[in-house]
Design a binder for this molecule. Structure first.
Ligand SMILES: Cc1ncc(COP(=O)(O)O)c(C=O)c1O
Length: 431
């Protein structure tokens, strides 16, 4: 497999993308009657390298059994691999201890766990929760449900016209509202904005505000160091980091996790049960009721080790370059409006609309040319209401995408616009 920068053929690009592509079997296939697949839907879900597929097959073929409960060989081997996976993820996040890593079904499940376990025990009608307008529904609806249960208030931080949030605005809201919780995404899945996590956590700490960081769009694309970030909770999904579906991570600082009551009840999460009641298990089992996603945890560990070998900062630099190319290419098409900040504040994705054409029509047109993008509200309806559009088209890049693919994507969008949205062109610029 391709793992080092030394094989790169392009001195300015730290990744050898041609070699990386060979690690991903699905990228060898064609679509739309023989067109090479150009997969630009990575913000929705990424593809899996052979090492992940093999790690999961190996588990099922050689040593799969339920974990933690069995005395037999397979159960012991599965348990060792499952707990080793936790250690790999802890290392990926630079967590202080493996028991701070709770395996969940994904980002959505992780946020719901915090909203139930922490929220129900800490939040009252007098409290305020602070979110941003850039949140995915996964980081809005669980808090709205908490507000329904408790009567608490939710306030959304406003965005600048280029999709950022000024530190002053954050500071002002923290000072005025003294929110009990500040929950925000590290990277917007629509605007691509990279928010300054460590700075905001530090600011929130001054007001004793608990912080949850949604790292669903950050963990795949940048080195996440939970100790450096300092947030109370950090969550992400396996399927966006080249890992399996059905698994994600809730990272919590040990004291806050210790203090939280369990959310789901059942097997594995108890120390003892009597007819009178139960005593919960310690961390991390307290939050892992029932049979966990065993092969998925093993696959996730293979995925994060793969990304670490390639280097998260190399991946980030590569994606930013592709996003810059896409922005440049789209800015030459008069009918296109892009959203989000300049490249220094942006991760590797670009959302845009075309005058007089629905994003779904463009996505369909691109699909017929082998290009997979996403069209819709991307589970961020409040953000789209703020942008004044019901839907956008989103191209999102990853380590295996090439400059040629971005060029072909740009050409196909331009062709679409020539046919359906006029011909005029304008000088390069983006917003
Ligand atoms: C920023 C953000 N948060 C949360 C989620 C939800 O992730 P999942 O569906 O894996 O739970 C997504 C998925 O697109 C996302 O982009």
């Amino acid at each position: 497999m391709s793992t080092t920068t030394s094989t790169s053929t392009d001195a300015s690009n730290p990744l050898n993308v041609a070699e990386i592509r060979l690690d991903f079997p699905i990228l060898q296939r064609s679509v739309a009657s023989g067109k090479p697949l150009i997969y630009l839907d990575n913000a929705a879900s990424t593809q899996r390298p052979r090492v992940v597929i093999d790690a999961m097959s190996d588990c099922y073929e050689r040593y799969y059994a339920n974990v933690h409960r069995g005395i037999h060989t397979l159960s012991e081997e599965s348990t060792r691999a499952y707990e080793a996976a936790r250690e790999s993820v802890a290392e990926f996040l630079n967590a202080a201890a493996p028991q701070e890593v709770i395996f969940t079904a994904g980002t959505t499940a992780a946020i719901n766990t915090v909203a139930r376990a922490w929220g129900d025990s800490q939040i009252t009608a007098d409290d305020t929760l602070l979110l941003t307008l850039a949140e995915h529904h996964a980081n809005i609806v669980p808090w709205q449900q908490l507000a329904e249960r408790t009567g608490c208030r939710i306030v959304f931080l406003p965005l600048t016209s280029d999709g950022r949030i000024e530190d002053d605005v954050v500071a002002d809201h923290l000072r005025r509202l003294r929110p009990k919780l500040f929950a925000f995404t590290a990277v917007s899945n629509v605007l691509g904005t990279e928010f300054p996590v460590s700075r905001w956590v530090e600011m929130a700490r001054g007001f004793k505000t608990t912080v949850l960081v949604d790292a669903a769009q950050a963990a795949p694309h940048q080195a996440v160091d939970v100790q450096e970030w300092g947030a109370d909770f950090v969550v992400f999904s396996g399927h966006k980091v080249c890992g399996p579906t059905g698994i994600g991570v809730l990272h919590g600082k040990e004291p806050i996790l210790e203090a939280m009551p369990p959310f789901l009840g059942g097997g594995s999460m108890i120390r003892t049960v009597t007819t009178e009641g139960f005593v919960p298990a310690g961390l991390p089992m307290k939050f892992e009721a029932g049979t966990p996603p065993i092969a998925e945890a093993i696959g996730l560990a293979a995925a994060v080790r793969y990304l670490q070998r390639i280097g998260l900062e190399n991946i980030r630099a590569h994606e930013k370059r592709l996003a810059q190319l896409a922005l440049e290419s789209l800015s030459t098409i008069d009918a296109v409006t892009t959203f989000g900040p300049a490249i220094e504040h942006r991760a590797g994705l670009v959302s845009f609309v075309i005058d007089g054409a629905h994003p779904h029509d463009l996505a369909h047109w691109l699909d017929r040319r082998g290009v997979a993008v996403r069209a819709g509200h991307h589970c961020a309806m409040p953000l789209h209401q703020h942008l004044g559009v019901p839907a956008t088209c989103r191209a999102s890049f990853y380590l295996y995408n090439t400059e040629l693919e971005v060029e072909r994507f740009g050409t196909a969008v331009a062709d679409f616009c020539r046919k359906f949205a006029g011909r005029s062109r304008r000088p390069a610029s983006s917003h």
